[in-house]
Design a protein. Structure first.
Length: 630
């Protein structure tokens, strides 16, 4: 089951409660308005929910509240909790959602009188009250709400916050709440909450870390960040988000038993990770020791300081061996572009629009991620290397309204969000936001080692066939294609089969490069380091030849062999591969073949672990051009 509660629809806060049955693939409304239920929460947005897979309970905390008149505000697409539990079956927890700004304020929900299902007109909630709720999905109290705390801040818990993070340790029966922006009516002074825990059995709150800095290592408070729990190692991972006006790209590990804070990355962007991001979403698989990150708004200083929605691989995997040590960041590539995908999808397979303030939950049993809603920016935006849409303007309008789209992406493309103001439902020019109500399921496809080896062989034999077409008799090349190449093709894969058939065209198209043997082949010497250099047969210099023309300094200092410097050629080349000398009658490879082999090498490197190959990062990214942290 996947649970969805409340949020902001662009006009008002919602308090409807929905459940999605994964097996039946059906949505069902559990409550039209929870404010009418006994002890039920009122309409809200920017709240968080977590699921307890041991008891089947859902815990709800936080909201964005504001005074009448809309001085400030924000909305939430949804708060989602995932559940696939029945009798004894576990269910994943959630990392619910912050989002998009709104323009008008909602009035606080009314209290519910005991024993009544209607709001009590004589009582209302205090404006900045931090209520804490529990909902029962199973057992004798199934379908009922509990108001655990009227105001958690009065009992040692967090104040009323929005865009915080919350996770649940079902085994220990502890809820953890991190960060968030404090709602106290003073919107001029930005305040942040710290790290708290709630013991379900003892019904008690505990503060691990407050916002003010101390002499001990601490995690800077923030909002719009991510927090996930590895219950196996009892470690919280907290990363990214926003503090003041800065988007963060740091990452911390908090060991719960010892309350130890470890800074894993001061800047994970410089370590090969995503750009500094805000309202991204993340889930964790403790069994695989992987964190899946679904990026939101980011700020790429190489392009602009404006918040952008990246369309180039906005999903990432963070893998770690030990939680207290830095791990490795890897992009999650779409199936149609990933060289390691065992079954690439068709090119026209729809995929989610880039978004922020969305929601994701994870089923650790089936290894499936579910994503709902979010915000795709304003209807009118600045497009930087925008999508190359396939279809008419009508199709693009449909996409803007939230429908699926078919598109191809330019490398590095992103959408520059002009006004993602956190306190307003419209942009500076009154454009409406492109709010999404779509629902997606994602499963990572991992190729087996055997399939990776087969694909590498396929790539190598493709290149060999191309060279045979240029340098060998056509019959020999055709035989190689029908036997050696065909044997490593997955003929059930439409894309591989298409590429295999297209190879036949190389036999029909004559080679554009004519290779001829030089009249006097150059003498090649072993490579001794430095730049590749080549000598001619006219003047061979031995390493032990006598030095002549030595000029010594008057002071008897270091001698300089001027003659040797003039006579020694400036270019020496490496020996050719001995096996390649016997190919094509000793004719060297053409420049085109060299480029093809270089491309093949780079493709093969995609199958090699990061620690076993040369870095693929651009060195220019290490240059700090603006004086800030990269």
């Amino acid at each position: 089951m996947v649970y969805l509660f409340g949020g902001w629809d662009g006009q008002k806060n919602l308090d409807d409660f929905w459940v999605y049955d994964i097996q039946k693939e059906e949505w069902s409304m559990m409550h039209y308005a929870t404010a009418r239920e006994r002890n039920g929460p009122g309409p809200r947005s920017c709240h968080k929910m977590v699921f307890d897979n041991k008891t089947g309970s859902i815990y709800l905390f936080g909201r964005l509240d504001e005074p009448e008149g809309g001085a400030a505000g924000g909305g939430s697409v949804a708060a989602v909790a995932s559940a696939s539990h029945g009798s004894g079956t576990t269910a994943p927890s959630s990392s619910p959602v912050f989002t998009a700004p709104r323009a008008s304020a909602g009035s606080p929900p009314p209290a519910v009188a005991p024993g009544s299902t209607d709001p009590a007109p004589s009582r209302t909630w205090p404006l900045n009250c931090a209520e804490f709720y529990r909902y029962h999905t199973s057992g004798l109290d199934s379908g009922k709400w509990d108001l655990l705390y009227f105001d958690t801040s009065a009992s040692g818990g967090p104040p009323l916050v929005f865009d915080h993070q919350m996770v649940m340790d079902a085994e220990a029966q502890v809820v953890y709440v991190s960060g968030g922006r404090v709602v106290d009516g003073d919107w001029e002074a930005i305040k942040y909450s710290g790290l708290y825990s709630y013991d379900v059995r003892a019904n008690k709150w505990k503060m691990f870390q407050s916002d003010p800095s101390s002499t001990h290592p601490s995690i800077p408070s923030r909002y719009g960040h991510s927090m996930v729990l590895d219950h196996v190692t009892q470690t919280l991972f907290i990363f990214a988000g926003q503090r003041d006006e800065k988007y963060l790209s740091d990452m911390y590990a908090f060991h719960i038993p010892t309350s130890t804070v470890t800074e894993l990355f001061p800047n994970f962007t410089a370590a090969g990770g995503p750009e500094p991001c805000f309202t991204q979403r993340a889930v964790c698989d403790p069994e695989l020791r992987e964190i899946y990150v679904f990026c939101g708004l980011s700020r790429n200083r190489r392009v602009s300081r404006t918040a952008v929605l990246e369309s180039d691989a906005p999903y990432w995997i963070y893998r770690y061996e030990r939680p207290e040590r830095p791990g490795k960041w890897t992009k999650i590539l779409p199936c149609e572009t990933s060289p390691t995908s065992p079954s690439p999808l068709p090119v026209d397979t729809p995929s989610p629009l880039p978004r922020y303030a969305h929601q994701v939950v994870y089923d650790p049993l089936k290894k499936i991620v579910y994503m709902h809603g979010g915000n795709a920016g304003l209807e009118s935006e600045i497009l930087v290397h925008s999508y190359d849409y396939d279809g008419s303007a009508r199709d693009r309008d449909r996409d803007r309204d939230g429908g699926d789209d078919i598109r191809t992406q330019s490398p590095g493309a992103h959408r520059e969000v002009r006004s993602p103001a956190p306190h307003g439902g419209e942009g500076s020019d009154g454009e409406k936001e492109n709010r999404l109500d779509d629902f997606w399921r994602m499963k990572l496809i991992r190729a087996s080692p055997e399939d990776n080896i087969r694909r590498c062989r396929y790539l190598i034999r493709q290149q060999k066939f191309r060279e045979l077409c240029a340098n060998a008799p056509p019959l020999k090349a055709l035989t190689y294609l029908q036997t050696d190449v065909s044997s490593v093709v997955d003929h059930s894969d439409a894309e591989e089969t298409r590429v295999f058939r297209s190879l036949l065209s190389h036999l029909l198209i004559p080679s554009a490069v004519t290779i001829s043997a030089p009249a006097t082949p150059p003498v090649v010497k072993p490579y001794q380091g430095g730049s590749p250099m080549k000598t001619t047969p006219d003047k061979e210099l031995e390493e032990d030849e006598a030095m002549t023309g030595v000029l010594a300094s008057k002071s008897g200092g270091e001698a300089i062999d001027a003659t040797r410097d003039l006579e020694r050629p400036l270019v020496i080349s490496m020996d050719r591969d001995p096996e390649e000398k016997d190919i094509n009658g000793g004719i060297p490879s053409s420049a085109e073949q060299f480029k093809q082999r270089e491309k093949l090498f780079e493709m093969l490197m995609e199958y090699i672990n990061e620690d076993a190959k040369q870095p693929d990062r651009d060195l220019m990214r290490l240059i700090n051009v603006d004086g800030d942290d990269l």
